[in-house]
Structure formats: C-alpha cells, structure tokens
Design a protein around this ligand. Structure first.
Ligand SMILES: Nc1ncnc2c1ncn2[C@@H]1O[C@H](COP(=O)(O)OP(=O)(O)OP(=O)(O)O)[C@@H](O)[C@H]1O
Length: 228
C-alpha cells in the first residue's frame, strides 16, 4: 500500500446507502501516472468507489490516503482545497458552467486558485488548443457539440496540473469516434503531465486506453489487482 510512486490508495472501503451496500471492503492502489479503468455492471459501485477515492463521499469504513494524508483527518476546507488543487474531474454531463464561455470555464479553476484573469486565460487557451478546440473559446457550452464540450471539460480538468484525474463515464454521451478521440487526448495529456487517471466506464473500447483494469461487482473487486 505504500511505495514511492503510490499517489492514492483506498483500504477496506465500505459504504452503504440505507439498506444498499454500495461498496464492501474494497482496496485499491493508484500509482503516479497510471490510467486505471474501473469496470463493472450498472449499480456495481464504480461511481461510489470513485467518489470515495476523490473525497466526495466519506466511506462508512476504510481509509483513503492521498500523498501520505488520510482524507478523513482533513477538515472540509482542506479536503475542498485538495480537490481543487490536486484532483481534476471529468464527468459525463453538465460539468461546464453554462453562463461562462468555454475559455472562462477552463480558466475558472486557475482564477479560484488566485491567478490573474490574463494568466488564467493564457493557460486556458493553451489547453483548449492542445485539446483541439481553440475555436470554441468564445462560445458558451450550450453552443458547442458534445465532443467539443467534453474536450473543454478535459482541458478544465487538466489546467491546474492535477496529480489525479477522476473521470466518470467521460465518453458516455459521445459517439464512438468522438469518444475515442476524447480518451486518446485525455490519456496522452495525462501521460505528458504525469497525472494518474481513475476512469469509470462500462465500455471495453474506453477501458482499452488504460494501463490496468479493476472490475467491481456487487460492491466488491472481482479480479484482484495484479501485484506490481
Ligand atoms: N446517493 C445515493 N443514495 C442512495 N443509493 C445510492 C446512492 N449512490 C449510489 N447508490 C446505490 O449504490 C449502488 C452503487 O451505485 P454506483 O453509482 O456506485 O454504481 P455504478 O457501478 O457507478 O453504476 P452505473 O454504472 O449505473 O453508474 C447502487 O445500488 C446505487 O443505487
């Protein structure tokens, strides 16, 4: 569970929602720079695992350790700051602020981190270019295609230089061509920046971009992680 390149680990993660056992004693280790696909049927606990690892959901039992710190021991403010600074998020839908332009959306995490508008928009422009959507910078999310919107969302997740990117069905709303291109761009950007990616998907062609797969079934890991 420890080691020089372990960036994030969950041990014995257990979470119930009322009578529903969403996760039962799940342990995972994420290494710096690797893309880990979390696979499994609908309702098996994939998103709950991702939310626990990201500090969004507090497990009933078990611990999540990021860069040596137990997330449960941090204050809410510290956890939020960590999520903003060290984690990036890409979801299936609705993650961009509709009233802002795409450039402003990508700039937002940097503005929240205290950068000037000029510096934030400069970095955001570079990321939009890298994700091949420079042309939508001045448009609002409602005026761009689904594939363009997801590329903008990936740019926003990466702009702060996160150590871990959490992606929950990031291509779920896209056709296969767009989905594969978004995954290609996400995986290569993560590789360049050294970020780890925790990728929830139920699509094999999306999981094909991962270095390693974890299968969750009925709240448990079905296939043991190969020892590293
Ligand atoms: N906030 C919640 N309140 C109540 N039940 C929940 C909540 N979140 C998840 N669950 C339940 O926990 C179980 C695991 O859900 P989870 O969303 O983690 O599965 P999943 O594998 O991500 O599913 P999908 O692929 O359909 O998104 C399901 O039975 C789900 O209904």
């Amino acid at each position: 569970m420890t080691g020089p390149d372990v960036v994030l680990s969950g041990a014995g993660l257990t979470k119930a929602f009322g009578p529903t056992a969403a996760l039962s004693d799940v342990s995972v280790t994420i290494h710096a720079g690797e893309v880990v696909a979390v696979l499994g049927p609908s309702g098996s606990g994939k998103s709950t695992l991702l939310h626990c690892l990201a500090g969004i959901v507090t497990p009933d039992r078990g611990t999540v350790v990021y860069a040596g710190a137990d997330l449960a021991r941090l204050s809410d403010a510290q956890r939020s700051a960590l999520r903003r600074r060290d984690f990036g998020f890409v979801f299936q839908f609705g993650q961009l602020v509709p009233e802002l332009t795409c450039l402003e959306n990508v700039s937002l995490p940097l503005r929240l981190a205290g950068l000037s508008r000029r510096a934030a928009e400069g970095a955001a422009s570079e990321w939009l270019e890298r994700l091949e959507v420079a042309e939508v910078a001045r448009k609002q999310p409602g005026d761009v295609s689904g594939g363009q919107g997801q590329r903008v969302a990936v740019a926003r997740a990466l702009v702060t230089g996160p150590r871990v990117i959490f992606a929950d069905e990031p291509t779920g709303a896209l056709d296969s061509l767009n989905g594969e291109r978004v995954m290609e761009l996400l995986a290569s950007a993560a590789e360049e920046t050294g970020a780890a990616v925790v990728l929830v998907t139920h699509e094999a062609r999306v999981a094909a971009y991962s270095d390693r797969e974890i299968v969750v079934r009925d709240g448990r890991i079905q296939v043991r992680e190969p020892s590293q």
